[in-house]
Design a protein around this ligand. Structure first.
Ligand code: GRF
Length: 220
């Protein structure tokens, strides 16, 4: 048996990835979501967390004069919750190097693209504009490089002829809801860790992210 990991989820909006994580932690019982923290007071995900009796906190970036001051306050709020792992689930703030250094090796992020393709915003629109035939989502460790930390798990989806941003985003989101809980579970059970700047799964360095479809037999 493992000691259950304490997870804090960081959100900025809707919170569907957070909900997927809450569902999965309840089923697998290797981790507890002990808090949800948002930088947006109006984030819909806060209401979902409260309805599920999860402790919530808001650290509004607008209340701070600098990124450093915001990140310091955020770290203090997080420390109060004593997390083993922070999961960034639609958290839309760029973090300072001081923050990423403080939580190095303890932070996962879900990003809606096949990293290293399309870091940053508007990933679905950019993929469609480029006419790519495949798109997807990636879970990675968070480092100081925006969407650039070691990739862990990646799910691919086809881009279909009549896709627009909405239909493509929905197809990717379905996979996000699967890969974020799975990678979190790997971390909580001690299978996944960050060593230096490399992700290690079952003591093997990942030279490329694990393809979700191969790891589970899922099809797109
Ligand atoms: C997700 O697509 C996530 O990958 C991106 O923002 C979206 C957040 O959705 N960074 P939700 O708040 O988890 O529903």
């Amino acid at each position: 048996m493992y000691e259950r990991s304490r997870i804090v989820v960081l959100i900025s909006g809707r919170g569907s990835n957070m909900s997927a994580l809450l569902d999965s932690t309840q089923v697998h019982c290797v981790a507890d979501v002990v808090g949800v923290v948002s930088n947006q007071p109006t984030a819909a995900g806060l209401g979902i967390a409260m309805a599920r009796s999860i402790e919530t906190a808001v650290v509004n970036h607008k209340d701070f004069e600098s990124r450093d001051a915001f990140d310091e306050a955020l770290s203090a709020a997080l420390e109060a919750l004593r997390p083993d792992l922070l999961v960034l689930a639609g958290f839309m703030r760029i973090l300072t190097p001081a923050f990423t250094a403080r939580w190095q090796g303890q932070m996962l992020n879900i990003h809606p693209s096949l990293l290293p393709a399309y870091p940053g915003l508007h990933t679905h629109a950019r993929a469609l504009a480029d006419g790519v035939c495949e798109h997807g989502a990636t879970v990675h460790f968070v480092t100081s490089e925006l969407d650039g930390g070691p990739a862990i798990l990646q799910a691919r989806v086809p881009v279909r002829a009549h896709d627009d941003e909405t239909t493509l985003a929905a197809r990717v989101l379905e996979r996000e809801h699967e890969i974020l809980p799975l990678a979190t579970n790997w971390f909580a059970t001690g299978r996944l860790r960050l060593l230096g700047n490399q992700a290690e799964l079952d003591r093997v360095v990942l030279t490329a992210p694990v393809p979700y479809e191969e790891s589970t037999g899922a099809t797109t």
